[in-house]
Design a protein around this ligand. Structure first.
Ligand code: TMP
Ligand code: ASP
Length: 240
């Protein structure tokens, strides 16, 4: 697979073309960003750590029947994925109240929710990813009614797979964000899970100690960010 030109540079990953228009290379950089790019840094080994954690999680989700864009690991920092047209919506599930839900509703961080709470956010750094509901998404034409329902179902299914996976390694899956789209060569095909699943886009707390093992360590200046990401990988059995 030949690496071609840069197609898109996000806050933590760069996407490159290949010689096949239906496949692209996702390159995980060491950059870390928070608060919609307002806080930026570089963390040595973050790229390779996230690349490998993501490959592992995508593999487990595929095994459990979730269709994803993931192809294969190419090297330390790069994975081959299907070229996608993404829906401009982020899907969040919360098992434990934290972050923006705690702030918005005045509920103490760490409050366990009796059942998972689902939220949509509109992907826009300029607007700081505002929370939206299914009416906003449908009326503004960001996704069809079917896709809106499907994203909700798939996001909850991912929770049923990943919550026990993390729990078995002594980690509480507090919340996470995922994104969906369609492969460019299958515009009428099924919704596929795209982007990534890494400690950058979820909250992971040590079940015993409550220690944060995710990007909140960077957002809140708690230190040892990569050490904790690598501990997550180690517990999952991801070879680094
Ligand atoms: P929040 O508490 O800030 O709304 O975030 C909920 C979860 O979703 C948390 O694990 C972080 C993740 N998330 C992202 O990764 N990117 C985003 O743009 C948003 C809004 C949330
Ligand atoms: N993902 C966003 C950013 O990189 C928001 C965040 O994680 O705080 O800026």
């Amino acid at each position: 697979m030949m690496k071609g030109k840069e197609l898109y540079r996000g806050k933590a990953k760069t996407v490159y073309a290949t010689d096949d228009p239906n496949w692209v290379i996702m390159h995980y950089r060491d950059d870390v960003s928070a608060f919609d790019g307002a806080k930026l840094a570089q963390l040595e080994k973050k790229g390779e750590t996230n690349n490998k954690i993501n490959a592992f999680i995508m593999g487990r989700l595929e095994e459990a029947g979730i269709k994803t864009h993931f192809g294969k690991l190419l090297n330390e920092r790069e994975s081959l994925v299907r070229a996608m047209k993404m829906l401009p919506v982020e899907c969040v599930v919360r098992n434990i109240c934290a972050g923006s839900m705690s702030k918005r509703l005045g509920i103490e961080e760490g409050t366990r929710l009796p059942s998972p709470v689902f939220e949509y956010f509109y992907k826009s750094d300029a607007l700081h990813d505002p929370m939206v509901n299914d009416d906003h998404i449908r009326v503004l034409g960001w996704a069809s009614e079917d896709d809106i329902q499907r994203m909700r179902i798939l996001t909850r299914r991912v929770n049923k797979i990943l919550q026990p996976l993390f729990a078995n390694t002594g980690i509480d899956l507090v919340d996470y964000k995922i994104e969906f789209g369609r492969a460019v060569d299958e515009p009428e095909g099924p919704l596929l899970l795209g982007d990534e699943f890494t400690p950058d886009g979820c909250r992971l707390w040590d079940t015993q100690t409550g220690e944060k093992m995710d990007k909140d360590r960077f957002r809140r200046d708690l230190g040892n960010v990569i050490e904790y990401y690598r501990e997550v990988a180690k517990r999952l059995g991801v070879p680094l």
